[in-house]
Design a protein around this ligand. Structure first.
Ligand SMILES: NC(=O)c1ccc[n+]([C@@H]2O[C@H](COP(=O)([O-])OP(=O)(O)OC[C@H]3O[C@@H](n4cnc5c(N)ncnc54)[C@H](OP(=O)(O)O)[C@@H]3O)[C@@H](O)[C@H]2O)c1
Length: 328
């Protein structure tokens, strides 16, 4: 294949820029596939990578982009159950901002029936992250309640829908009344505007004083103590980011008294086998919800390759509900 267009980070740091370059087309290694990319999903971590604060894990492409949708064009040695021409979406450790991306076969899923090929780029990172943190780490069980902070983030819009559809009462926080309305439309039983309401009081009130069983948090900072207060006995708090800071003074007495679990995980550097297990669970339980239209990717905006810097600026500015996509 001739050279392909990719986006490279120039001048990493506060004033980084994404620049289009022409490079050799990558080839899939054993257990991998090459995907002709239709679109890449933007993630907040891409902005951190641009600023030089989030290097890709060892062995991963240093081209940004952790999720794509597109069409398989080549199979590496030993890949079964996937075929050239198949429309797929995939979680990547890097390399998604490119016309051709390489994915481990175990992190590839079909584009769900009824979901637009480009929109499917908004599914992998949100679905993998929401599922593994809430189910594998948070151990959300039948009948239990969930609080999702950042309810209108890429992650939040999928988490609310996914766990509401699976029968849980889901609460969410967001920074405006409009965003709270969006959370309720996605299936939240109650959305809390964190600028005007106290989420601890709100979830206590909504659960008859008990608190919530699992909290998915990307805020940290001042939320750390308040999450502990908002949890029910035996509650689990799972952090996927600390946007409001990772250094705080915490009173752990209620953690002990309520028998809570505090956890935090990242997805990007996990080994292929772990990603394959999450992929399998999504294929069995979440993909049928997408194929019946019960849940859907929430897409805020699509940008063209030449407007990648504007796409990053839009994400940095915030205000979006759902995913921002880059069309290749
Ligand atoms: N650990 C992992 O494996 C993993 C994987 C994927 C993503 N993440 C993290 O998850 C977060 C969401 O990612 P994304 O790509 O979906 O980003 P995004 O769409 O830009 O969402 C960021 C969200 O954070 C919320 N937020 C920021 N500061 C807040 C505060 N002080 N109080 C309450 N909410 C606040 C925003 O809510 P408002 O706009 O309503 O203020 C917004 O919904 C990022 O921090 C990302 O790094 C972690």
């Amino acid at each position: 294949m001739p050279a392909i267009k990719v986006l490279r980070i120039e001048n990493p740091g506060r004033d980084y820029r994404l620049t289009i370059k022409e490079e050799a087309c990558p080839h899939p290694g054993p257990g991998q596939v090459a995907i002709k990319v239709a679109a890449a999903g933007l993630n907040r971590a891409d902005l951190l990578q641009g600023r030089g604060l989030y290097p890709p894990p060892p062995g991963a492409s240093d081209i940004p982009g952790m999720e794509v949708s597109g069409t398989i064009i080549a199979l590496g040695e030993g890949v079964e159950h996937l075929a050239a021409g198949q429309r797929v979406c995939a979680l990547l450790a890097g390399g998604g901002y490119a016309e051709v991306a390489i994915a481990d076969a175990g992190a590839v899923l079909p584009v769900p029936e009824g979901v637009d090929l480009v929109d499917a780029a908004g599914l992998p990172e949100a679905c993998f992250t929401a599922w593994t943190n809430v189910i594998d780490t948070g151990r959300l069980a039948g009948g239990e309640t969930l609080l999702v902070h950042g309810g209108t983030s890429g992650i939040g819009t999928i988490a609310i829908q996914m766990f509401a559809a699976l029968g849980h009462r889901v609460f969410a926080t967001a920074g405006s009344d409009e965003k709270c309305a969006a959370c309720v439309n996605l299936g939240a039983a109650r959305a809390i505007n964190y600028r005007s309401e106290d989420f601890v009081a709100a979830v206590k009130d909504a659960t008859g004083g008990a608190g919530v069983d699992v909290i998915l948090d990307m805020v940290g900072g001042s939320y750390i103590q308040r999450n502990i207060a908002a949890c029910a006995q035996w509650g689990r708090i799972v952090n996927i980011a600390y946007q409001d800071g990772a250094r705080v003074e915490v009173d752990f007495a209620p953690v002990l008294a309520k028998k809570l679990t505090l956890a935090a995980t990242t997805l990007r550097g996990r080994c292929p086998d772990q990603k394959r297990l999450i992929r399998n669970a999504l294929a069995e339980i979440v993909w049928p919800l997408l194929e019946t239209g019960r849940i859907h990717p929430v897409i805020n905006r699509r940008f063209g390759l030449a407007d990648a810097n504007a796409a990053h600026a839009a994400m940095a500015k915030g205000g979006h509900v759902g995913k921002i996509l880059l069309e290749l």
